[in-house]
Design a protein around this ligand. Sequence first.
Ligand code: UT7
Length: 368
Amino acid sequence: MAPEGKGKAVGSVIIGSGKSLPERVVTNDELGQIVDTTDEWIVPRTGIHTRHIAVHETGTDLGAQASARALGLEAGGWLREKAIDPASIDMIICPTLTADAHFPSQAALIRERIGAVNAVCFDMSCACSGCVYGTSTADMLLAASAADIAAAKAAGRPPRPNPLRRILVVATERLSRLGDWNDRATCILFGDGAGAVVMEWRDDADGMLSSYMENTDDADHVLWCDSAFCDRPLPFDAVSDEAARAAAEAPCDPYMRMAGQAVFKFATSAMVRCIEEALSRAQLSPEDVALYVPHQANERIIRYAAKKMGMPSERFQVTIDHTGNVSGASALIALNEALVEGKLAVGDIALMAGFGGGLTAGACAFRI
Ligand code: UT7
């Protein structure tokens, strides 16, 4: 527990958490049969032993299962109190890089599956910062809606349409579909899965204490994946047949690409900077946080952050050993495992941090 008076309650409380991991577990040795790599190279460099790969599950399957567990409709999740009626969810926000369709949104597909009949839905593209961008955006929308409801009551007017009291944030990722299985520098890093939280506004409760988000230009394309549309020629282009043919035949790279060392450098500095900013905004010291729940990109990045913060590495939740990097879902999965395992209890302060393509980064502190 944070000392009395530390941290500022703003009311968005996590009332449910869930995760879903695909059935198929892929070992480092199996990857060694696909690309020129070994378990001996992967483990010390990344901390990854195995990852789950969605061979038959869709993003909707994974997202819907994580959500059902966060709502208490299916066993295996964490509930603050009791099961949550899906019809009480006002909004679904889905951070994802790998939606099953361009439209409907991934959030809308999950809505249909879980019966969240009153929810408005949208997706978010913020790569591996989805855990922080998703929950922070939900918190800001809940706070704005609560303020409007209170102002409307005081003024004797009806609140604005779409009042928000409960938001489901569900990140679902199948990075296995964006990875180049011939590129050993990236394919060994990523895994598939989904993580979800239900956030509820409470006037009398402690919840989200602070959040911080930032964006840096990726001018050198250190972390990049082109749109699958590429630049296909249109009938309106004033080009010769030959130029049109050349454009149509131009190589289209559908895979994500990463300059590993440049991203490593960005990640280590961004993670520490964002954690410090979230702590300072909540007037917390590093010791006040019971558990840091970072994005799982590389165990070495997590260990670096712990050392820089002067905290024992046990205060940082690590799940990358069995999940790999699940992009925006990583920290939500890690949070779920910490709650289910009892590493975090109601009243504790936790801090999530993320960084990734965009280049996005952020952190948020919250009381469970
Ligand atoms: O969530 C998105 C954010 N992503 C990240 O934060 C990832 C950040 N980057 C990293 O975690 C690390 O840079 C990696 C784990 C991706 C790579 O580790 P590294 O120590 O930076 O390796 P490197 O890229 O400098 O490569 C060193 C050597 C190279 O060989 P040469 O040129 O020295 O002969 C690579 O070709 O290791 C080679 N290599 C591999 N060898 C065996 C690269 N990937 C592999 C592999 N197996 N899978």
